[in-house]
Design a protein around this ligand. Sequence first.
Ligand code: IMP
Ligand code: MG
Length: 177
Amino acid sequence: MKTALGTVLITTEEIQRRIAELGQQISIDYSGGTVTFVGILKGSFIFLADLIRAISPDVLVEVDFMAVSSYGDATTTSGTVHIEKDLGISIEGKDIIIVEDIVDTGLTLLHVFNILAARGARSLRVGALLEKPGNSKYNRPLDYVGFKIPSKFVVGFGLDYAQHYRNLSDIRVLNEI
Ligand code: IMP
Ligand code: MG
């Protein structure tokens, strides 16, 4: 498929402003406590890097990453995910925020959520930079959402097409040409 970068959907300034708001909200919600972020690789790494720097020093922040690949079909919840890279820390008894770049069908998130819930996290919330309207598999409201976007394929700010464009500091639509 031939593709070309299209219009800017969310500007750098809009992203940074929204991340500052999310950081403030998380700082209030976890004030005086510790929060452990679990970033889902690779797409979340830029969002997560900016998000944790928007959190008050009054909150202790831990970070770890997981990489998963989904097998099977996005139209059923019977598909499963394979853990390519697991966490290096125990999450038992911890307050976790799972961080995704974008939640589309919610299938990836559903599986990661269930895996982490089974490991005895004390609390489990979800943050995503972007949410598409198709989030039907996870089936719960996301706790911290940057932007709700239409069902278009977007790249930038960590999101890729065929591993490219993660470096853009804004979010752009990718068009077929
Ligand atoms: P889900 O399991 O359908 O929610 O898909 C989530 C994953 O699909 C994200 O973490 C992305 O890696 C990828 N994805 C979904 N929509 C887009 C998009 O518009 N651009 C880039 N990646 C996307
Ligand atoms: Mg991803």
